[in-house]
Design a protein around this ligand. Structure first.
Ligand code: BTN
Length: 252
């Protein structure tokens, strides 16, 4: 099935127990002809991956691990804008389903009280055959403790709300918001998404360093690049990790 004239196709959910990575399964299904909004869900992953070559660990059954196959109705050049679009959709869904204040951190983390609640990985394959986009989402649902490297920076819906969330309810909300924001992106362009992303942005107005570039976060560009300003000069950052410059935090 492909995206129709009336909007994206309804999701088709495919469920697995333990897998290497839902991303790989989504690409395999895509190569076999699976359509837009095929959603791969797993209980746990042996080789879950994050951005920048990192490993994405999960405690079995404690996370929502999903990959969504997208056949965008956008030029390939605009596909990176799916990344902030997905962050807005996930943050909105989590705020809705758990009544928390969820924020987005460039490029596409979702935070609660400054801690990472969900991570997003956008991967494309554009070689021979039909170009394919797979959106991977990992949401911490039921963890009550995290191992040492994550303990200071991660959180879960259970920790934020005191109650273990219903995975199916979270999944339904994420797919609903993804469908909604994706439609806004494809129909109206990135401007509306960008506006909402900026409203939800963590660290806006703060001084940060991203891969050697330092400045105050002032904007998100039309292609999803982060815009930093330093002494009146604007710098675009297209990839990297945002690190807060605590000693130089902007004061107005
Ligand atoms: C990040 O924050 O670095 C992105 C993490 C993305 C993790 C999800 S879990 C489901 C999907 N399958 C993977 O192997 N990775 C993504």
């Amino acid at each position: 099935m492909t995206a129709g004239a009336d909007g994206p196709a309804p999701p088709r959910i495919v469920r697995f127990g333990e897998v290497d990575s839902t991303q790989d399964l989504a690409f395999t299904l895509a190569a076999d002809g699976a359509g837009d909004m095929t959603v791969v869900i797993a209980d746990s992953q042996r080789l879950g991956r994050g951005r920048r070559g990192r490993v994405w660990h999960d405690a079995p059954g404690a996370s929502l691990l999903m990959s969504v196959l997208l056949r965008p109705r956008l030029d390939v050049a605009a596909w990176p804008t799916f990344s902030p679009t997905a962050a807005v959709a996930v943050a909105t869904a989590l705020a809705r389903v758990a009544a928390i204040e969820a924020r987005v951190k460039w490029p596409n983390d979702v935070l609660a009280r400054g801690r990472k609640l969900a991570g997003i990985l956008l991967e494309s394959r554009i070689g021979a055959g039909v170009p394919t986009l797979v959106l991977g989402i990992g949401i911490n649902l039921a963890q009550r403790v995290f191992p040492p490297p994550l303990a200071e920076r991660a959180t879960s819906l259970a920790l934020e709300t005191g109650a273990t969330p219903d995975r199916e309810q979270v999944l339904a909300a994420v797919l609903d918001e993804l469908g909604r924001w994706r439609e806004i992106l494809e129909r109206d362009g990135f401007a509306a998404v960008r506006e909402r992303w900026l409203e939800l942005a963590d660290g806006r107005g703060e001084r940060v360093t991203v891969d050697g570039v330092t400045g105050v976060i002032v904007d998100l560009d039309s292609d999803g690049a982060l815009v930093l300003e330093d002494r009146g000069v604007r710098h675009r950052v297209i990839a990297g990790e945002v690190r807060e410059e605590a000693a130089h935090a902007a004061r107005g």
